[in-house]
Ligand binder design. Structure first.
Ligand code: C6P
Length: 411
């Protein structure tokens, strides 16, 4: 049996109080909290090992290099990549998508080619494609979202066509929580000779994901949303794609040989990791994966399904609360966006914060989706492995407080 109370003891920050109340942290889609083992991995690295990697021939340099490469192998295994060479360390999901856009897409797309996204994408999976489309003459098309908050697959079958070169889609929406049917989209893309890039910012921390099984061509995700530190993220790409790509950044660590006026490149992944990398955070990301695996991704997913079901019930019992996203728990992750009467989500979040409950309010970097939903913003609660049903109860109580305070203005 999954013991949430036991898990909570591993997260020092959960002991804290805010506004004199116990912290209820329900903003995990923005960033997750860190277990002690991840913080310890950072401290241990700086206290015992710190050195530059792939350069020195002394003990510290060799230990640091070995730990950094062990983390790469761990990430590869965690997502089912065929080899650690398919894992490129970057700063976050945003940088990973930009790297794919600036290398693969920039070199591949021609005028009239189409990049297919969805109406629910995070700006990080829109703006990089807009920049590339501007430079290459490619066009962006979006698969609509239905009123139930899922992808319109009939439209997807129409839109993914002979002009499509890339389908770029979030595996799981950070607003609706929707988990999209990636295998089917991959089949549609590949049948047209197109590639598929998954924005895994919200899925990798919460679901078991196997890139070989999904057969996606690229996958981007962030360490900080999966119990790891900020400042480290991953671009996975199939090795056959990486082999033919030019680097984005030039400098130390990414070359084979350099002359005054030309150079040859190292193989991937080094080709895409110019300069001294974020050694400590990569190693701590390895510790985060150890922690997730010690619990089990299936267990985390089941826990979040239960908690999300509990939250949907609790919030739908509050008059005036409007919920977004699919009703089917199998089709959604632990993200619940809502609107509380006519109260602006920023006001909802402020009142809820006074009760010790941290949620997020805003457009969640998804302005096109906000337009589609017809709202300027939403309030959003998002869960992780350390959250309890009692914390959902605290949110529900705080929302009743919002209703009391704003009783005169349609709450
Ligand atoms: N969403 C949220 O509160 P970075 O910032 O690069 O680590 O992640 C960007 C990103 C990309 N795609 C999706 C689906 C995301 O959810 C995010 C981050 C946070 O929803 C911060 S805006």
């Amino acid at each position: 049996m999954f013991d949430v109370q036991r898990v909570r003891q591993d997260f020092p920050i959960l002991q804290r109080q805010v506004h004199g109340k116990p912290l209820v942290y329900l903003d995990n889609a923005a960033t997750s909290q860190k277990p002690r083992s991840v913080v310890d991995a950072l401290v241990r690295y700086y206290e015992t090992t710190n050195a530059n990697i792939h350069r020195g021939i002394h003990v510290l340099a060799e230990e640091a290099t070995a730990q950094y490469e062990a983390a790469r192998a761990k990430v590869a295994r965690f997502i089912g990549a065929r080899s650690p060479g398919e894992i490129i360390f970057v700063r976050n999901t945003t940088e990973a998508i930009n790297l794919a856009a600036r290398t693969w897409a920039q070199a591949t797309l021609r005028p009239g080619d189409e990049i297919v996204v969805t109406e629910a994408e995070h700006h990080s999976n829109l703006v990089p494609w807009q920049l590339v489309a501007r430079q290459t003459g490619a066009r962006i098309r979006a698969i609509p979202i239905t009123d139930d908050g899922v992808l319109d697959m009939d439209a997807a079958r129409q839109i993914i066509g002979d002009q499509t070169r890339l389908v770029a889609i979030a595996h799981m929406s950070n607003v609706l929580g929707t988990i999209h049917p990636i295998k089917e989209l991959t089949r549609l893309a590949h049948a047209r000779g197109a590639r598929i890039l998954l924005d895994g910012a919200q899925s990798i921390p919460h679901l078991p994901v196997d890139v070989s099984d999904l057969d996606c061509d690229f996958l981007a995700f962030s360490g900080h949303k999966m119990l790891g530190p900020t400042g480290v993220g991953v671009l996975y790409a199939k090795s056959e794609l990486l082999a033919s790509l030019e680097p984005l950044y030039g400098g130390g660590g990414m070359i084979r040989e350099v002359w005054i006026d030309e150079a040859t490149w190292a193989e991937a992944p080094e080709r895409f990791e110019a300069g001294t990398p974020n050694v400590a955070d990569v190693i701590a990301l390895g510790a985060a994966i150890d922690y997730l695996e010690s619990i089990g991704m299936d267990t985390i997913r089941e826990h979040e399904i239960r908690l999300t079901g509990y939250a949907l019930d609790a919030l739908s019992n509050i008059p005036g609360v409007r919920l977004f996203g699919p009703a089917d728990l199998q089709q959604r992750g632990g993200v619940v966006s809502f609107y509380c009467g006519d109260v602006h989500p920023h006001d909802v979040s402020t009142v809820v914060d006074q009760e010790g409950v941290a949620i997020r309010a805003g457009h969640h970097c998804c302005q096109p989706l906000m337009r589609r939903l017809g709202v300027p913003a939403t309030a959003r609660a998002s869960f992780y492995l350390y959250n309890l049903p009692e914390e959902v109860d605290a949110l529900a109580r705080a929302l009743n407080r919002v209703k009391e305070i704003f009783a005169g203005v349609g709450a």
